[in-house]
Design a protein around this ligand. Structure first.
Ligand code: ATP
Length: 517
């Protein structure tokens, strides 16, 4: 674990050192949980967004895009339930003055029991070797059973307080924290305040006071922009149910605890798709979207073992199924994407609050209904973090040296090809520029002439550039260059006229999409 945390720290400093992510307003000492993407970060982020957009919108004939405004009519947030219920339960430790989400403290405690159980099982597996019967061990080992009983009891109590009538039972939550002996990791004490609800939406004013200003919220999700445009898109696009609307955009949440770098930010970006279906078919579509989204993640080639579904214990009152896709980060399996079956709650609420009829006339059976909705919602920044963590690699080389390499999927890499003149003379820089001028229309190329070639390779490895080309004196004679591959570090002599065909196939977003056929 310590080693994993170490990797996480290294990824954070690597992101800064190589122009991926900077703390926002850094020269003013930063702004809590807000980050800026640097010259390489913005390219990687754009590529992630393209990968998502092209999969959702280009590969699905029945999904179209949208770009709705961040500011929306304030009643939208009343209708959606965010004004009254977009709260997190918070608790403070009086000694450290640190603030925590009470639900997260309890979930971490459940995870601790799980960890203990897994450790016992792993120890036994080692002890018994091939003859180990895991199912039997789990069912009979007194230690495992003891931990499992405690875990299940806690889980049961947690579900009860989260699903209490009239909303979360805040006193019950505090009691669990006290009964479990959960301490503040900073002060080590159990000196807790009561649990309180905290609304996560940012507010601002629109218009000058004299004209009668109104309170506006910064959207905490992009989804509502899709719901309120459902009729516009359905009618003008002549869309037939089932169909989807996809949108990428900023969202804002005044998160209570903002740690773990870009995992939990106060300003972040979402890629959301609302899929409108006929009532009664929603659970089939929910399963279908679970499969499709998981396939999208796994097509990056990071290994199926790094993903899992986590079905929700606590369903929002309007949902009839919900799951998260979790990715194995250095700090454990964490949610990257949520898939929710939201029934017809949002459309019905907007119909009610706006007084407009929001329905679909189904020409197949001449009926009108309010469509049900399956939502897929993924955070660009969390996706970015998962990709950085998985790609970061410190490698021991044969000559005893180490290199830091970002093994990014080539299609997501900020720079696809770096071109180096061996020296700054003899017309080599001009030749290198000639190559770039030809290839820059097809993919992102970068010119580098400073330092020895070895150092230039290392710098490109560190930002994940899959291909480097060196131009030398022989190039001027026979139009060949040395092509060097990031992962294998293999080098080969190739003709300049072959570069495009060797590289392009491997670096386009469509090369990733092909894995999804
Ligand atoms: P969490 O339980 O971690 O707070 P959530 O369940 O509230 O997340 P959703 O409302 O389902 O998250 O949002 C969908 C996706 O948006 C999440 O899976 C995550 O990738 C992303 N996301 C949500 N909140 C943040 C945040 N504060 N910073 C970065 N990404 C976020």
């Amino acid at each position: 674990m310590a080693q994993q945390e170490d990797i996480f720290k290294k990824v954070v400093s690597h992101c800064k050192e190589y122009g991926f992510v900077f703390p926002s307003s850094e020269i003013y000492d930063g702004l809590g949980a807000v980050y800026d993407y640097g010259q390489n970060g913005v390219e990687l982020k754009n590529n992630i967004k393209q990968y998502w957009w092209q999969y959702m919108v280009l590969l699905h004939e029945n999904i179209v895009g949208l770009d709705s405004a961040i500011f929306m009519h304030p009643t939208i947030w009343k209708a959606s339930g965010h004004v009254d219920a977009f709260n997190d339960p918070l608790i403070d430790n009086r000694d450290s003055k640190k603030r925590y989400r009470a639900d997260v403290l309890i979930e971490d405690q459940i995870a601790k029991y799980d960890e203990k159980i897994e450790k016992e099982v792993a120890k036994a597996r080692k002890r018994f070797g091939d003859s180990f019967d895991e199912a039997q061990y789990r069912a009979t080992s007194p230690r495992v059973l003891e931990e499992q009983t405690k875990r299940d009891a806690l889980h049961q109590r947690y579900q009860e307080v989260m699903n209490a009538e009239g909303g979360i039972d805040l006193d019950g939550m505090k009691q669990i924290i006290l009964d479990e002996g959960i301490v503040c990791p900073i002060s080590g004490t159990r000196n807790w305040t009561d649990v309180r609800q905290f609304n996560l939406m940012f507010k601002t004013e629109m218009g000058a006071a004299a004209e009668g200003s109104s309170t506006i919220y910064l959207r905490p999700e992009t989804a509502q922009g899709i719901f309120v445009n459902y009729l516009n898109v359905q009618k003008t696009g002549r869309m037939k149910v089932p169909f989807g609307i996809a949108q990428i955009g900023k969202a804002f949440r005044n998160e209570i605890v903002a740690r773990q770098f870009i995992f939990r930010m106060r300003e972040f970006e979402q890629m959301e798709m609302q899929f409108f279906v006929k009532p009664g078919t929603e659970l089939q579509w929910f399963d279908e979207w679970k499969k499709r989204r998981m396939a999208w993640h796994q097509a990056l080639g990071f290994g199926a073992e790094n993903y899992r579904f986590h079905d929700h214990d606590k369903l929002a009152h309007y949902a009839n199924a919900a799951t998260d896709i979790e990715f194995k980060m250095p700090f454990g399996f964490k949610e990257v994407e949520g898939i929710h079956s939201r029934t017809n709650f949002d459309l019905s609420q907007h119909a009610k609050y706006s007084g407009k009829k929001i329905e679909y006339f189904d020409p197949e059976d001449n009926t009108s209904y309010t469509p049900y909705v399956i939502e897929t919602s993924i955070g660009v920044d969390r996706m970015f973090l998962s990709i950085m963590c998985h790609s970061y690699c410190e490698e021991q080389l044969e000559d005893g040296q180490t290199r830091t390499v970002l093994r990014l999927p080539a299609a997501l890499a900020p720079v696809k090809l770096a071109v180096f003149p061996l020296t700054k003379k003899d017309g080599l820089p001009e030749k290198a520029h000639e190559i770039i001028n030809d290839l820059k229309f097809h993919f992102n190329c970068k010119y580098e002439e400073k330092d020895q070639i070895g150092k230039r390779y290392r710098r490109q490895d560190a930002i994940g550039t899959p291909f480097c080309v060196t131009v030398d004196n022989q190039t001027l004679e026979d139009n060949t260059v040395t092509l060097r591959y990031r992962d294998s570090m293999k080098q080969e002599r190739v003709n300049i006229s072959d570069l495009r065909s060797i590289i392009e196939d491997q670096v386009t977003i469509s090369s990733l999409l092909k894995n999804l056929k």
